[in-house]
Write a protein that binds this ligand. Structure first.
Ligand SMILES: *[C@@H]1O[C@H](CO)[C@@H](O)[C@H](O)[C@H]1NC(C)=O
Ligand SMILES: *[C@@H]1O[C@H](CO)[C@@H](O)[C@H](O)[C@H]1NC(C)=O
Ligand SMILES: *[C@@H]1O[C@H](CO)[C@@H](O)[C@H](O)[C@H]1NC(C)=O
Ligand SMILES: *[C@@H]1O[C@H](CO)[C@@H](O)[C@H](O)[C@H]1NC(C)=O
Ligand SMILES: *[C@@H]1O[C@H](CO)[C@@H](O)[C@H](O)[C@H]1NC(C)=O
Ligand SMILES: *[C@@H]1O[C@H](CO)[C@@H](O)[C@H](O)[C@H]1NC(C)=O
Ligand SMILES: *[C@@H]1O[C@H](CO)[C@@H](O)[C@H](O)[C@H]1NC(C)=O
Ligand SMILES: *[C@@H]1O[C@H](CO)[C@@H](O)[C@H](O)[C@H]1NC(C)=O
Ligand SMILES: [Cu+2]
Length: 576
């Protein structure tokens, strides 16, 4: 559902109709046919070339029921650019080749080629999809995946909350420079940083200040693609807002003016409900919140998206919550100024929300009480040959030309660095608050190999950047798994002390988690999904600069690889 004009016309009963429809429909296979092309778009009223799906950015919302098979036929109609699409939050159990991660699980889809992604959505929840090739996600190739609970589901699956209607909110940030210009700048000596976004988008719409007053020739403030999204509510009803963040850079704070939100789901897992005035959401995360339309129905209210964790240089992204049945019209601009969110640098406020996010009491999946292996991952900003990079334990990640999945399964030699990364990195000597005397690092495409079925703990350790007194938030995303979030801490992680503070009682399962400034975040999961899985910072520029690693597990259990994922590097796909 793309909100905006459609919502205005269809009114509040749309959501009810939609839920009725889902309860009746029991499709076993959901087919999507996508044509990927460059199109001029006006997401913030300024014309820009965007990578679109069937002409749109964001792309269509995929709606399925738990257990359905989703088949997406992707035709790459870009003239000169490759494509790969990742299904963010879908674990791809039994289909590791459908993960859509270029260089890890597949070769890119070449211009003119068609590739079919087939996978099962095995869990209800709120998920997303996006390009996983170069910095293509930033160019607009993204959207939502909504998997609903099958009718008559048992208590282990059924939602432990009720609502009358639903709205979907995809948050994003947006730049006017092309992704090529951004990528070239990031790789330049000295670096040309992408800078703060020009606009913040809600369901693909925003507003770049007052661009016509600025005299921008490419500005069209009456273009329908940048009309303000409107979310309709009926007084007294309770709504589920499914919120996802696809930002390339920004950590966001989302608020619905005057309507406290009860957090009930994140990344497909039910949360022990807690109430917030506004919600911090990091790139790659999804949340469901409930609000009740219990305010004065004779006016409208703002939805607001604000940058946190970085000093904001972008106007608040806005949309309108429109009450039906009162004296207001969906087009009425709220009489107030949009909420500005919490102080951008109030890290404690954001850590509080992270800590409050635990499993719903009726949906606790207890983690194994101990792990077989602990991997400490130091996140640092470094230099290599004068270029600014991000490194993990002093190694900056580069993608190989042959996808690991093919290289490992088909035992292709010499396609990546066979030396495993230095996993027993000595953190004791590293001052996480200081500027490093020697910022040089190395780069590698070596990967971590996990014993199949073993339990692994990963502790992500944040640190100071190249500049003094500066540490950012990094949202880390794991492919192929959900992990238990065992704990957060500030300062240097001490393996002799901090594991005793882990939450082993009711930790939330997630696929994306924040590593707060100067802090650490501890995760645990079982390496039981045969395949090769990327684990990386979800900030597009950071992954581009090397902030990621790759895990292999159970490669010998992976079924026969489809030839379609091959054809690059040493993987010739049978074209002898
Ligand atoms: C809108 O444009 C005017 C004239 O160029 C400028 O003075 C004003 O600061 C702009 N407003 C914003 C919010 O940028
Ligand atoms: C702005 O976009 C609308 C809708 O496409 C179009 O009708 C109008 O002519 C455009 N205005 C300008 C100044 O280009
Ligand atoms: C946040 O930044 C403001 C300036 O933008 C500063 O005055 C304030 O002390 C900072 N607060 C914290 C908690 O660092
Ligand atoms: C964080 O939570 C603690 C305990 O609930 C509370 O006392 C404190 O005020 C909160 N801090 C912020 C900045 O929200
Ligand atoms: C860091 O690397 C640069 C080359 O990029 C070299 O000139 C410099 O000496 C190195 N610094 C140290 C401390 O090794
Ligand atoms: C780690 O570094 C510290 C400080 O330099 C040193 O005392 C300690 O022996 C090192 N530990 C290992 C396992 O090398
Ligand atoms: C990182 O690697 C570089 C290059 O090998 C080395 O000069 C530097 O000392 C290492 N830094 C740390 C903190 O281990
Ligand atoms: C960094 O912070 C420390 C302690 O908070 C302060 O003494 C120092 O002046 C700061 N340095 C810069 C460059 O801001
Ligand atoms: Cu990052």
């Amino acid at each position: 559902m793309r909100s905006g004009g459609t919502m205005e016309l269809l009114g509040a009963w749309y959501a009810l109709l939609c839920c009725l429809f889902l309860a009746v429909a029991q499709a076993k296979t959901v087919h999507e046919k996508w044509d990927i092309s460059d199109q001029f778009a006006y997401p913030d009223c300024v014309r820009k070339l965007a990578v679109t799906i069937n002409g749109h950015t964001p792309g269509p919302t995929i709606r399925a029921v738990q257990g359905d098979t989703v088949v997406v036929t992707v035709k790459n109609s870009l003239l000169t650019e490759n494509v790969a699409i990742h299904w963010h939050g879908i674990r791809q159990i039994g289909t590791p080749w459908a993960d859509g991660t270029e260089g890890v699980t597949q070769c890119p889809i070449l211009p003119g080629d068609t590739f079919v992604y087939t996978f099962v959505v095995d869990r209800p929840g709120t998920y997303m999809y996006h390009a996983h090739y170069g910095m293509q996600r930033s160019a607009g190739l993204n959207g939502m995946i909504i998997v609903s609970v099958p009718p008559g589901a048992g208590p282990d699956v059924a939602e432990p909350f009720a609502y009358d209607g639903e709205h979907d909110v995809l948050l994003n940030d947006w730049w006017h420079k092309s992704t090529y210009e951004q990528a070239a700048g990031l790789a330049a000596v000295p670096i040309v940083w992408v800078g703060e976004p020009q606009s913040l988008l809600i369901n693909g719409r925003g507003r770049f200040v007052n661009c016509s007053a600025l005299g921008l020739a490419s500005c069209n403030e009456t273009h329908p693609e940048c009309s303000t999204p409107v979310f309709a509510v009926v007084p007294g009803k309770t709504y589920r807002f499914r919120i996802g963040s696809m930002t390339s850079l920004s950590a966001l704070n989302f608020e619905i003016e005057g309507h406290p939100m009860t957090v009930v789901e994140t990344d497909g897992h039910y949360v022990k409900p807690f109430v917030v005035k506004n919600l911090n959401i990091y790139s790659g995360e999804t949340y469901s919140v409930l609000i009740t339309a219990d305010q004065d129905p004779n006016r409208n209210y703002w939805l607001a998206s604000n940058v946190v964790s970085r000093k904001p240089g972008t106007l608040t992204g806005t949309a309108v919550l429109a009450y039906y049945g009162g004296h207001s019209s969906p087009r009425d601009v709220p009489p107030t100024t949009p909420p500005t969110g919490p102080a951008w640098n109030d890290t404690t406020y954001r850590i509080n929300q992270s800590i409050a996010t635990v499993a719903h009491p009726a949906h606790v999946y207890a983690p194994p009480p101990s792990s077989d292996r602990t991997i400490l991952l130091l996140n640092s900003q470094n230099r290599i040959d004068g270029r600014t990079k991000w490194a993990i334990n002093n190694v900056s990640f580069t993608l190989p030309h042959t996808p690991y999945l093919v290289a490992l399964k088909d035992r292709l030699q010499g396609t990546f660095d066979p030396r495993p990364p230095p996993e027993t990195y000595n953190h004791t000597a590293y001052d996480v608050y200081g500027v490093q005397p020697n910022p040089n690092a190395t780069s590698s495409n070596g990967l971590y190999r996990l014993a199949f079925g073993s339990v692994v703990d990963v502790v992500l350790q944040n640190a100071n950047m190249l500049a003094p007194n500066n540490s950012e938030t990094h949202p880390w995303h794991l492919h192929g798994h959900d992990f238990w979030v065992l704990g957060y801490g500030v300062g240097r992680f001490d393996p002799a002390v901090h594991p005793a503070t882990y939450n082993l009682r009711d930790p939330i399962l997630k696929n994306t988690v924040a590593v707060h400034p100067y802090g650490w975040t501890a995760l645990r999961w079982r390496a039981d999904n045969p395949g090769v899985w990327a684990f990386h910072c979800h900030i597009e520029a950071h992954f581009f600069m090397g902030m990621g690693i790759v895990f292999e597990e159970g490669i010998e259990r992976v079924g026969k690889l489809p030839r379609e994922i091959m054809g690059c590097g040493s993987s010739n796909g049978g074209h002898h």
